[in-house]
Each structure stands twice: as structure tokens, then as C-alpha cells.
Design a protein around this ligand. Structure first.
Ligand code: ZN
Length: 97
């Protein structure tokens, strides 16, 4: 018998329209259980390195950019330290907590 998975897979996601109203930014909890804002990037304009897997995110790749909403030096510092993640890596980081 399979053990049930206690992770909250079935939590409702923010409806798309609501995400649009916020400019595509959604709140979530990222690595360390810290509140993050996440924005979808449909098409990257630069090469980035994903902090989760240390692999490149090539130009033109859909991915996400995430930053902690609570930062010792305020919101501007938080945004300055935003990182680009593979969509799948961010999902893994969210699940891991
Ligand atoms: Zn990655």
C-alpha cells in the first residue's frame, strides 16, 4: 500500500487573472520557508545560472525570477538579490522548503 503524501499538493494556486492583476508576481514560500515573490519570465534575455542546480538558463528560456520579500536591508535590497531559476528547480525548492 502506498503511503499518502502529506505535502500540500492540492493547495489552490492563485488564479491566473489574479496573478495578472499583480503583474504576474505571486507570493510563495521558497527555500528555508522564507516568503518569496516569484515572477514568470516567458523568455529570458540573458544567460543566467540557476542557484538550485548551478546549470545555465540559456537566452530565450522560460523561467522564473524569485526574491525574498523580507530582507535585512529592505525591499530594494531584496529585489537587487533576486535570482533566476529554472521553473522546475523553483518548484523543487518550494516543495523542499
Ligand atoms: Zn536549475
Amino acid at each position: 500500500m502506498r503511503r499518502s503524501n502529506k505535502r500540500p499538493w492540492h493547495e489552490p494556486h492563485v488564479p491566473l487573472d489574479e496573478a495578472r492583476a499583480r503583474g504576474g508576481v505571486r507570493m510563495t514560500r521558497g527555500p528555508g520557508g522564507v516568503p518569496y515573490q516569484v515572477r514568470r519570465i516567458p523568455r529570458g534575455e540573458k544567460n543566467y545560472v540557476c542557484p538550485w542546480c548551478n546549470q545555465a538558463i540559456p537566452v530565450g528560456t522560460a523561467h522564473v525570477v524569485a526574491w525574498a520579500t523580507e530582507h535585512l536591508f529592505g525591499a530594494d535590497a531584496a529585489i537587487a538579490e533576486r535570482r533566476h531559476w529554472h521553473t522546475g528547480c523553483w518548484a523543487a525548492a518550494e516543495r523542499t522548503g
